[in-house]
Design a protein around this ligand. Sequence first.
Ligand code: PEP
Length: 257
Amino acid sequence: MRKKYIAGNWKMNLNLADAKDLASGLDAEIKNLDGIDNVDIAVCPPFVYLQRIIGTLADSPIKAGAQNVYFEANGAFTGEVSVEMLKDISCPMTLIGHSERRHVMGETDELINKKVHASLAGGIEVILCIGELLEEREGDQTEAVCERQLREGLANVTADQMANITIAYEPVWAIGTGKTATSDQAQEVHAFCRKVLADIYDDSVAQATRIQYGGSVKPANAEELMSNPDVDGVLVGGASLKVSDFTGIIKAGLACG
Ligand code: PEP
């Protein structure tokens, strides 16, 4: 059985004091929960706070990861952060291809694939985000978009390397909008993505790979979403900024574990 994986994306929010309070508040709330080792938990603070939050969570089951990374090792890439730099501050994981990177910053599947390879080569675990725009869903393109983003994002990633990849299916129309995919819509796309993974790799990789759902997840809908057989956790934006909400989502993950 796949272990549920709950990750929080803090995006460009908080200040240092609030970020530290959020991290330590979460740790205090969750570490004594029964069966807490039965879920994986991560938070992704803004880069400027990442090293401090890794320190705050040093003795916690919660790991702190990056929201993004660049594929080059070093050099004239103003404003970018490399895998080497993440390793230097003991950062274990990163999001790649979040919808805001794709659709606000213009990242392509090709660039995302380079970032995936650089991260895996450096031993950094990846959450690869995929998902369709509203017009793509309305145009019946959801499966085609998810399949393309999976095939191109994972191009030349080996079956062995898939052990360090989690997929996050995040319909763009559900991110930050308050509109959540229904439980059935989420399950349907997750099952489809698993079929694509079986086609790219094989059934055992497809069965072992965790697929998170993301898009307006809250304590009130988290358990229903994660009780689907192919929903292996959630990637949470807004509701990861409040200790009580994110704790409620972690409890929902434990209830489904
Ligand atoms: C996200 O940032 O990945 C996300 C799903 O945001 P929200 O939960 O706020 O919709």
